[in-house]
Design a protein around this ligand. Structure first.
Ligand SMILES: NC(=O)c1ccc[n+]([C@@H]2O[C@H](COP(=O)([O-])OP(=O)(O)OC[C@H]3O[C@@H](n4cnc5c(N)ncnc54)[C@H](O)[C@@H]3O)[C@@H](O)[C@H]2O)c1
Ligand SMILES: O=C(O)C[C@H](O)C(=O)O
Length: 357
């Protein structure tokens, strides 16, 4: 029979690693759990935090990241329901060690030591709203979370999902600048869902498997700022004017299509979680040192006269190590680019001045 105090310690260790706040109430010797040991030395991998982990995107995103073999530690932070989601996800028999963090008081613990922070925190749209209508609430949420990142994991790669991305990325950048921690390579607005949608819709038109299709989508992440470069689709193909207009409109309004179909119950969550994991996995492969990891993202950029712009980037050990030029555009795309830049300029300025004011 096992000695009862040893058994007590084992049980306490498990509880302590799931809910670190409880560990303070437990025996000191329980603080370094087996899971911690595994995370520190045994299982190679990266430490990832999800902020807003109990939300519509957060939950499936947490589940998919728990399945990612590149992740050794997964921190799930939210202002509601983080313990429930953590308990649930932690029963999955995959390698990543999961810990939950609830509320502002636990934000710093959630962030300390992280390699990658994914942020889907904030309110989603309802029918009739633009993404910019979310600015009022989400700007403050992103500011607070980024202040935490600047303090606790200033070297982490940040994947920012919260809308309006065209403004929240400049907000995050200004917070990091103020804190003296800004590294433009490490702040990435997630526009992967636009690429995922573009690949799907283009594949439908071409009668191909979407996995064989690669559509660059540049600009930003709202309406006309979402600019699919259909002239650069791989495999090379030709679209009629009617197809080009249909595809551009569907890709630009894919988010609204979901918002309307959900009829007040939120915006894209499952396809977004899929896209977020595809992008996060690319970031982690870059961090690992894999060559030629290239995805689209909204980043600090010199591709146009705007300070931020989405285009293809090469992800490496230090984040977005190379930002690619747009390549040759046709007349339809050049027109689209002008419209995109006009709207983007205002959204970027709105975000930056929220912090600079
Ligand atoms: N970039 C994209 O392509 C894309 C796609 C879809 C949705 N979004 C955006 O992602 C955001 C989240 O969408 P959702 O459907 O998951 O919303 P949701 O309301 O279902 O979930 C949001 C979660 O954020 C949490 N939260 C709120 N304030 C917080 C704070 N201060 N700290 C931590 N967590 C906090 C909430 O408790 C909730 O669990 C929205 O802004 C939405 O517009 C972006
Ligand atoms: O459309 C939204 O509000 C959510 C997201 O930006 C999307 O593109 O699905």
């Amino acid at each position: 029979m096992e000695h009862s105090s040893e058994a007590h310690h084992r049980i306490a260790r498990i509880s302590a690693h799931l809910y670190p706040s409880k560990s303070q109430m437990m025996d000191e010797s329980c603080k370094l759990s087996r899971a911690d040991c595994r995370a520190k030395g045994g299982a190679p991998g990266f430490k990832v935090a999800i902020l807003g982990a109990a939300g519509g995107i957060g939950q499936p995103l947490a589940m998919l990241m728990k399945m990612n073999p590149l992740v050794s530690v997964l921190h799930l932070y939210d202002v509601v329901n983080a313990p429930g989601v953590t308990a649930d996800i932690s029963h999955m028999d995959t390698g990543a060690v999961v810990r939950g963090f609830l509320g502002q008081a636990q934000l710093e613990n959630a962030l300390t030591g992280m390699d990658l922070v994914i942020i889907p925190a904030g309110v989603p749209r309802k029918p009739g709203m633009t993404r910019d209508d979310l600015f009022k609430i989400n700007a403050g949420i992103v500011k607070t979370l980024c202040e935490g990142i600047a303090k606790c994991c200033p070297n982490a790669i940040v994947n920012l999902i919260s809308n309006p991305v065209n403004s929240t990325v400049p907000i995050a950048a200004e917070v990091f600048k103020k804190a003296g921690t800004y590294d433009p390579k490490k702040l990435l607005g997630v526009t992967m869902l636009d690429v995922v949608r573009a690949n799907t819709f283009v594949a439908e038109v071409l009668g191909l498997d979407p996995r064989e299709v690669d559509v660059p989508v540049v600009g930003g992440h709202a309406g006309v700022t979402i600019l699919p470069l259909l002239s650069q689709v791989k495999p090379p193909c030709h679209f009629t004017q009617q197809e080009t207009e249909y595809l551009t409109d569907r890709i630009q309004n894919g988010g609204t299509e979901v918002v309307e179909a959900k009829a007040g119950a939120g915006s894209a969550t499952l396809s977004m979680a899929y896209a977020a994991v595809k992008f996060a996995d690319a970031c982690l492969r870059g961090l690992r040192g894999d060559a030629a990891v290239i995805e689209c993202a909204f980043v600090a950029s010199q591709v146009t006269e705007l300070p931020y712009f989405a285009s293809k980037v090469r992800l490496g050990r230090s984040g977005a190590e190379e930002v690619f030029q747009l390549g040759p555009l046709n007349e339809f795309e050049r027109d689209g680019l002008e419209k995109a830049k006009k709207e983007l300029a205002g959204s970027i300025e709105k975000g930056a001045s929220f912090i600079r004011k």
